[in-house]
Design a protein around this ligand. Structure first.
Ligand code: PFF
Length: 442
């Protein structure tokens, strides 16, 4: 990554940004949020926000990255000649730092489950998958800290060695495999007795389930899944060459994200109604429900193992983009400092991730603001820092950048909707973000 054109082909760029976007957000966070905030109503709001807010913002971030071609704590100054605007980049950097800390808690859970299932497989143990007791696992601080430590370590090694590109190549087949695996789970889930009420729960929007909080969290969810407002996508686009088709990339990422989120919903909710779980289970939802589904499949333990590997892979392609942003900002794209910065940032993230993981065990008694320490970290990132970052960039793009230059970088390919996009960015989206942002304080 010594110069700015890291990717020689559009595919590399799409794979990297899709890898950053598709991760725990769609598979773990979407079902748990939908379960808490009204099922179908949440899905509807999420779809509206993703298409009307998320997609134009993603195109915006790609355009800014392509124009600025530098790290994001510098890019705003480079584009506008106003140094103080780099604060948007620092806001994004702070966001990914905290995000990585609580993201690694869930990454750690995947690793713990993976080991449990592996041990069961190699010892030919036919015990029920339901024996893997989620509450037991998260109540063990040492085990969970170890799990997240391993997750951060894996991310660090990949980023230190600069082998992300290898991982992105692997995602060419890992992603489709993940889709197939999700479809298999959905089919099994739908065939369960009593599945239909779960399908109705997630697909049928009930107006009475729409709440201000739900709207707020649905917006936060589209920011989270599309990695928006952290400037992570700006960083990736800054490595892309001028010919990259940003709109096609953005559209395919948005479609894939919606696809995975809906599949995750259709995998989880039918099983919730079939097995009598509570949709409002919270962050542990996926981990509690899925073993019961695999339990019903032939070769279920083995397929669960494969699923966990693919799930971990998807989480890692996102976490490397989180660490990569720090590396890019603190090395100022000087590769000789890469290893040092990756190590220091990872150690700091690990320290910050400890209170996040302990909010499920020894620190679970601490409740304030949005809930536990973990909930507050997520809220701060998804509902405050990400929208603020995106708002800052919309204002820069709408009011400080020259329209003709913007248009040139926006590209003149198949999708020629520059004007509606520009008007959205300049007039509509800042107002939507501000209204929803303020609404949360009432
Ligand atoms: N979009 C990722 C996910 O849904 O798992 C999370 C994420 C990655 C957010 C990178 C922000 C970011 F910069």
């Amino acid at each position: 990554m010594k110069n700015q054109s890291q990717w020689k082909t559009s595919t590399g760029f799409i794979l990297a940004s899709a890898g950053s976007a598709i991760g725990l957000g769609a598979m773990w966070k979407f079902p748990y949020m939908a379960g808490v905030y009204g099922g179908g109503a949440f899905l509807l709001m999420f779809l509206i926000f993703t298409l009307l807010v998320g997609l134009p913002l993603l195109i915006m971030e790609f355009t800014v990255g392509k124009m600025g071609r530098t790290y994001t704590t510098k890019i705003y100054e480079k584009l506008t000649a106003r140094k103080w605007l780099n604060i948007i980049g620092w806001n994004g950097n702070l966001a990914v730092f905290i995000l990585f800390a609580f993201y690694s808690v869930i990454g750690g859970w995947i690793i713990i489950y993976l080991f449990r299932v592996l041990i069961q497989l190699i010892s030919f143990n036919s015990a029920s998958l339901n024996k893997i007791n989620f509450d037991h696992i998260i109540a063990n601080p040492w085990l969970t800290i170890l799990g997240q430590g391993v997750f951060i370590l894996l991310t660090m090694i990949i980023v230190m060695l600069g082998v992300e590109q290898g991982l992105e190549k692997a995602s060419k087949f890992m992603m489709p495999l993940l889709f197939i695996c999700l479809i298999v789970i959905v089919i099994k889930s739908l065939s369960l007795h009593g599945a239909m009420s779960g399908v109705r729960y997630i697909l049928q929007p009930r107006l009475e389930d729409i709440s201000i909080k739900g709207i707020l969290f649905a917006l936060g969810q589209s920011f989270f899944t599309l990695s928006l407002g952290t400037t992570g996508m700006i960083t990736y686009a800054s490595y892309a060459s001028k010919e990259m088709t940003i709109k096609t990339s953005a559209i395919s990422i948005v479609i894939m994200n919606i696809f995975v989120s809906v599949l995750a919903g259709l995998a989880i909710f039918p099983a919730i109604s079939a097995f009598g779980y509570k949709p409002t289970e919270g962050p542990g939802l996926l981990f509690k429900v899925l073993p019961s589904v695999f339990e019903q499949m032939s070769f279920g333990t083995f397929i669960y193992f494969i699923f966990l590997i693919l799930f971990l892979f998807a989480a890692l392609t996102s976490s490397i983009s989180l660490l990569e942003l720090n590396v890019s900002n603190f090395t100022k794209n000087d590769n000789t400092k890469r290893k040092k910065v990756a190590i220091v940032a990872s150690i700091l993230v690990f320290l910050l991730s400890i209170p996040a993981t302990l909010s499920f065990s020894s620190l679970s008694f601490i409740h304030f603001g949005a809930g536990t320490i973990f909930d507050n970290m997520d809220f701060l990132v998804s509902n405050i820092l990400m929208p603020l970052g995106a708002l800052g960039t919309t204002l820069v793009v709408g009011y400080l950048l020259k329209v003709d230059v913007l248009k040139q970088f926006f590209g003149n390919d198949r999708f020629k909707f520059f004007l509606p996009w520009y008007l959205l960015i300049k007039f509509v989206l800042p107002i939507i973000i501000i209204i929803i942002f303020i609404a949360q304080f009432f």
